[in-house]
Design a protein around this ligand. Structure first.
Ligand SMILES: [Zn+2]
Length: 456
């Protein structure tokens, strides 16, 4: 006899990180995502507490995509003795080791620095061996294939744009179908296609990161980018752009490569992100999941994410040289919220100068450095120093990795069959409330549960 699948939001309830949704039925138990909480120190203090008590409780973990806020606590689970399959698309499986090893290295470095400088201790959540254990458990699940899990659950993955390999997860026990959206990509998310219409489901656990935002896309993204670069050329400025190593940097590289092929770039581009540099060529290797436009370039032996003006910086010594850079030039560096990584030095260098220009491309999380810069502040605090903000600031929302409110609505209303019940997660309280009332107006039954609240 089959019964309903019950759902717990074990993360990302009313916030945008730490994704984890537990799906439980007599036929099996599946976790969709097990992400790191990334936010204030108080929020991150929850990271050591895994939402899964016993490693043998789960029949499988399914990872929607390789962003750390969706996969970053997998090594902690592996450390507890978990030995069930971890399912993900082949592209996500290629990305995961890079992301998790980088996270282990970062934790070690931050812990060492905290000890050396007498700061409050930083936890080490996992180590290299734990990441290796995760890699042993990974099982590829390509789009369009269905696998059995537990005693009668099935799992299938569906493309959703966002980053290379990103997927929605459809779980069924025969009586009920649950769709976990994962992060829903932007309609203009080249080199990836726009999100595919979702498969039919009875209940959808849906992200709503930008559920209160509408993008004004009056011009194609490369034209918007060309305008900013044109202004920087006239004023001989160094454009500093905070990017994420997975997703946003590749969206920008794709449009920059287009401008370069058209002979309209006209400035050097520095990519100060090892991870972004490593991941860019993987798009060619996974040509089956990139956009048709991008696939055509690959078929013509054109690298869609490379161009002659691009210089990839592979170490801090190379990066230090660009302190003396003269405009016009573009520097892209992680992380995308300006909350750490090489971008901080670039911001400290160029924010106080009219020879600098800041490009905020995509979502700026409220409270983070980019979130504060988006409000055009006279000063900002970086590394404990108060920095004056003299550089002009441009915003280009078309480079977001996330769908805006209209695109989110288009995604859910693109589902065939009866309207599903919708559980909104992965959104701060304001966008979640706004998008919930938008869906309710369309006739959907919507709920916005607290963390660990039981839904069935
Ligand atoms: Zn993501």
């Amino acid at each position: 006899m089959t019964s309903q699948i019950s759902i717990h939001l074990a993360g990302a309830a009313g916030m945008v990180t730490g994704s984890c949704t537990l799906c439980e039925a007599p036929e099996g138990r599946i976790a969709v995502d097990l992400g790191l909480i990334q936010g204030t120190p108080e929020q991150e203090a929850d990271n050591p507490h895994l939402p899964i008590d016993r490693p043998d409780w789960l029949d499988a973990v399914v990872i929607t995509h390789a962003h750390a806020d969706h996969c970053g606590r997998l090594p902690m689970l592996a450390r507890t003795g978990f030995d069930a399959p971890i399912l993900a698309t082949p592209a996500t499986i290629d990305l995961l080791p890079h992301v998790l090893h980088a996270s282990a290295r970062l934790q070690q470095r931050l812990a060492d620095e905290a000890q050396r400088f007498g700061m409050s201790p930083r936890p080490i959540l996992f180590e290299r061996d734990d990441v290796d254990r995760v890699c042993e458990l990974l099982e590829p699940l390509p789009f369009g294939k269905t696998v059995s899990v537990g005693k009668g659950m099935t799992v299938a993955l569906h493309p959703v744009g966002h980053i290379l390999g990103a997927a929605s997860v459809l779980i069924s026990n025969g009586a009920m179908r649950v769709l976990c959206s994962g992060d829903i990509g932007h309609a203009q998310g080249q080199p990836l296609p726009p999100p595919a219409p979702p498969p039919s489901a009875d209940l959808v656990v849906m992200e709503c990161t930008r559920g209160d935002t509408e993008d004004e896309i009056l011009l194609p993204p490369e034209e918007q980018l060309a305008r900013v670069l044109h202004d920087a050329t006239i004023d001989e400025q160094v454009v500093v752009c905070p990017t994420f190593a997975l997703g946003r940097s590749h969206q920008l590289l794709y449009r920059l490569a287009t401008l370069s092929r058209q002979g309209r770039l006209g400035m050097p581009v520095m990519l100060d992100s090892m991870m972004a540099s490593i991941v860019a060529p993987l798009h060619r290797q996974h040509a089956d999941v990139i956009s048709g436009e991008c696939r055509t370039l690959v078929a013509d032996d054109i690298d869609p994410l490379h161009f002659p003006e691009l210089k990839k910086l592979h170490n801090r010594k190379q990066a230090s040289v660009i302190k003396d850079l003269r405009g016009p030039a573009l520097v892209m560096a992680g992380n995308g919220f300006g909350e750490g990584g090489p971008i901080v030095e670039h911001l400290i260098r160029w924010l106080p100068s009219r020879r600098g220009r800041i490009l905020l491309a995509g979502y700026c999380m409220p409270g983070t450095v980019t979130g504060k810069l988006a409000d055009d502040p006279p000063t900002i605090k970086l590394k404990g120093r108060r920095i004056s903000v003299e550089a002009p600031i441009d915003r280009l929302d078309c480079f977001s990795g996330h769908a805006d409110a209209t695109q989110l609505e288009k995604w859910i209303t693109g589902m065939r069959g009866d309207r599903p019940k919708v559980v909104l997660h992965h959104g701060d309280p304001a966008p979640r409330a706004t998008f919930a009332s938008r869906l309710a107006d369309l006739g959907y039954e919507v709920c916005t549960p607290d963390r660990l609240e039981h839904i069935s």
